[in-house]
Design a protein around this ligand. Sequence first.
Ligand code: ADP
Ligand code: SF4
Ligand code: MG
Length: 434
Amino acid sequence: MIFQYNYIFNIFDLNVFIIVFLLLFWIGFFLSFFIIKSDARSQLVRVKVHLYFISSISGILFIFFPLPEIFLTNFWLIYLLIRIITSFAVRYIRFNVLRVDKFGQMKTLERGKNLLDVKDLKVFYPLIGGMFRRQIGVIKAVNGISFEINSGQTLGLVGESGCGKTTVALSILGLVKKTDGNIRFQDRAIHRKYPSNLRQKIQIVYQDPDASLNPRLKVFEIIAEPLKNLLGITKKDELRKRVLGLMKEVALKREHMDRYPHEFSGGQKQRIVIARALATNPELIILDEPTSALDVSVQAQILNLLKRLQKNYGYGYLFITHNLAAVNHIADRIAVMYLGQIVEIGDTEQIFSKPTHPYTRALLASRSEVDMKNRDIKFIIRGEVPSPITPPTGCTFHPRCSSDVRTKECEFDLPHKIKIEEDHYIWCVNPPKQ
Ligand SMILES: Nc1ncnc2c1ncn2[C@@H]1O[C@H](COP(=O)(O)OP(=O)(O)O)[C@@H](O)[C@H]1O
Ligand code: SF4
Ligand SMILES: [Mg+2]
C-alpha cells in the first residue's frame, strides 16, 4: 500500500498538468457527443448505459497516449480514478439538467364522472371508561350522511370543529371502521380491507404539513415515496424526472429537490404535500383543512393552485373546512354539517345566496364578523356544540336554534329532508317561511 501511495504522490508531483489536461480533454470530448438539444435546455446523456460507456471509454483511451512509463505501469489505478471522476461528473450534470418538458405522466380525467358515492354513512367511536376500561357508550361522530362527488367537482364540507368532518375523510380512506352505510368509489364498494389501487386513486392532504412530512427526508425522497411504493417505479432517473414534473406542477423550483422540509415556509411545505398527493395520479383528493395552518396571503395561493390543478386534470375534491371564505372560493357544492349530520346541501351559489337552514344562516351571519381576523366560528354562534355522546333529542340543533320557524316539536321530532330548489335541500322539522 505504501508503495502505491508513493506512486500516486509521484504522479501528481511530476505530471499534474498532463493528468488534468487529459482528464478534462476526454471528459469534455466524450460528453460533447451526448449533448442532446431540446427546446428548453440541453440534456446530457439520455440513456443510463451511456453514462457507463463514457466513464469507461475515457479511461480506456488513456492507454493510447504516448505517456511516460509511470502511467502505463499504473494503468488500472489511473483508469479507475478517471472512471470514478467521470462517472460522478456525468451523473451530477445529468441530474441537474434533466428535462422536465417531456413529463407526460399526469392523467387528465374525464369530467362529470361519478367518483364517490356515500350513502347513509355512520361512524360511531366506542366510549371506553370505568374501572375495567369497558365500553360505556358511543360517540356518534358521523350519524347518517349522504353525498356524491364527480370528477372535476369540489364538494365543500363545512362545519364547526368536532362535527365529524375528519371522521368522514378517514372512513373514505378506510382508516376508521364505518358502523353502517355504504361508500362506493367508481361504483365499487369500499370495504374495510382497502385495496392498494384505491390508495393510489384516493389521496389526502392534511391541515398541518409539518405533521405529514418526515423531517429526515429530502423533498425528492418525500415525493418519490408513493412513486416507489404505489407505482413500483424504482429507476432513479425515472423517479427524478417524475418528481421534477410534480414539483413544477406545484410551482416549486428544481433546486428545492435536495432540501429538507424545515428549509421551507408553511405554504411551500403544503405544496410539497400536494405534489406527493399528485404523484400517484389520484382521482379523488381529500383536503382536510389544507389552508387552516397558513397565513391568509398564502391561503389564497394554495387555493388557486388547487383550482388550477383541478382545471387541468379534472380531480374530484372533498374540501373540508370551517372557513367559509375558502369554501366559497373553491367549492362547486357545499354540504353543511352539524353534529355528525348534514343539515343543508346545495350549489355554492345557492348556499350563499339563499341559505335556508337556521344553522347555515347562523354560520353565514358569523362570517362577516370573523372573516377579517379568521377567528374560529364556534365563538360566534350562541351556545356550545353539544356532546356527540349524548346528542340532544329531536333536532340536535334545537338548543341553539333561534329561527322563527322553531317549534316545540323540534325537541322531539327528527328532521326530514326538505327540497328548497333543484339540488338544494335542508334537513329540518319545519319548512322554512316563504
Ligand atoms: N379516535 C377517536 N376516538 C374517539 N372519539 C373520536 C376519535 N376521533 C374523533 N373523535 C370524536 O368524534 C367527533 C368528531 O371528530 P372529528 O371527525 O375529528 O371532527 P372535525 O374534523 O369536524 O373537527 C369529536 O367529538 C371527536 O372528539
Ligand atoms: S328542526 Fe327546529 S330546531 Fe332544528 S333547525 Fe329546524 S327549526 Fe331549528
Ligand atoms: Mg378535523
